[in-house]
Design a binder for this molecule. Structure first.
Ligand code: PLP
Length: 380
């Protein structure tokens, strides 16, 4: 079946108990056993039918074999990092999500697992930055907040030539599987903050992993149960419900973002626009090849520095000043002061005049009028 159909049906046949068309929220911690040890489900940390449906659905959407759901994107990332041992090295994109940078630097370094950062779009730089103990390469494309593009297939080919071969992990949160399917391009694992586009309505925190390898899946499933950072059934239900409209939402996110990005490039108060859908974006050709469209995130640098940026984000009326992204409503923020405050004094620090938009699915005329009045009122 094709993507639009899978988004609605994968992992969700009518419920065997009463034929409910929507996957029920199995709000229970334990399950009755017919005979001792004889039950499909025994304890809800280990497995829950609502979670199973979500896991099967995301696996189908990513073109992968196994899906696993967690209490948050960070819990999913944490599970993947637990595949490593002290002494191992992670090579990561140089503008990873702030929370990912924080868990690398302030959690896993304490256990002897070191991360370094590289321009993931530059294959020579990646080759030069790989170490004999590099066991994992961590990619975000499009990246956050600069929307840089890395070539997933080229990275997979580069890593295939190495022995032992590092695992290629792609955080696919910004693209969603509708726009990009990293496993089909050679990645070993995909992680998601389902809090963003998959949930899509800013009403749930959830994380997902998808992969093909049976042994790695066994280990991660073991960790899911042993560590216990599992999502509740209601949260799984919300993500399943969000996913049903993922394709139609993404189409509108992308159309609106493309239009806004183009409009911003012509605005006199804007110094620079970052959007992979713009023809002069350095990753445009690769994005065109590996993505269905260019996503709903747009960043730009406003003239006048941090003060001007603050004035703009405090004056929008349709765009809400908030962290997070990927919901139906448009959000605006200043990464240096908000989402990326945890990398402020690091080499990953971002321009204080950078503004990030999560372009929602409202009418694009209203969004553009809102940005116009905010840029003007801010004297930008
Ligand atoms: C939000 C986000 C995360 C973390 O996910 P949570 O659900 O907030 O724990 C990881 N990666 C990216 C790219 C994100 O945007």
């Amino acid at each position: 079946m094709r993507f639009n159909t899978l988004a609605i049906h994968a992992g969700q046949p009518p419920d065997p108990a009463y034929g409910a068309v929507m996957t029920p929220i199995y709000q229970t911690s334990t399950f009755a056993q017919k005979r001792m040890g004889e039950a499909e489900y025994d304890y809800a940390r280990t497995a829950n039918p609502t979670r199973t449906a979500l896991q099967q659905c995301i696996a189908a959407l990513e073109g992968g074999k196994h899906g696993l759901a967690f209490a948050s994107g960070m819990a999913a990332i944490d599970a993947v990092l637990r595949l490593l041992q002290p002494g191992d090295h992670i090579l990561a994109s140089n503008d990873v999500y702030g929370g990912t940078y924080r868990i690398f630097k302030r959690v896993y370094e304490g256990y002897g697992i070191h991360a370094s950062f590289v321009e993931m779009g530059d294959l020579d730089a990646v080759r030069g930055a790989l170490q004999p103990n590099t066991r994992m390469v961590w990619v975000e494309t499009p990246s956050n907040p600069l929307l840089k593009i890395a070539d997933i297939a080229a990275l997979a080919a580069l890593l295939r030539a190495r022995s032992p071969r590092p695992l290629l992990v792609v955080d696919n949160t910004f693209a969603s599987p509708y726009l990009q399917q990293p496993l089909l391009l050679g990645a070993d694992a995909v992680v998601h903050s389902a809090t963003k586009y998959l949930g899509g309505h800013s009403d749930v925190v959830n994380g997902l992993i998808v992969l093909n390898d049976d042994a790695l899946h066994e280990r991660l499933k073991f960790l899911q149960n042993a560590v216990g950072a599992v999502p509740g059934p209601f949260d799984c239900f919300l993500v399943l419900r969000g996913i049903k409209t993922l394709p139609v939402r993404m189409e509108r996110h992308c159309d609106n973002a493309q239009r806004i990005a183009h409009w911003l490039t012509k605005h006199p108060a804007v110094a620079r626009v970052f959007y992979p859908g713009l023809p002069d974006h350095p990753g445009h050709a690769i994005a065109r090849r590996q993505m269905r469209a260019f996503g709903g995130m747009v960043s730009f640098i406003v003239k006048g520095g941090a003060q001007a940026a603050r004035r703009v984000v405090e004056r929008t009326r349709v765009f809400t000043l908030a962290e997070s992204l990927g919901g139906v409503e448009s959000l605006i923020e200043v990464p240096a002061a908000m989402t990326h405050a945890s990398v402020a004094d690091s080499p990953l620090a971002v321009d204080p005049a950078l503004i990030r938009l999560s372009v929602g699915i409202e009418d694009s005329d209203d969004l553009i009028e809102d940005l116009a009045q905010a840029l003007e009122a801010a004297g930008a």
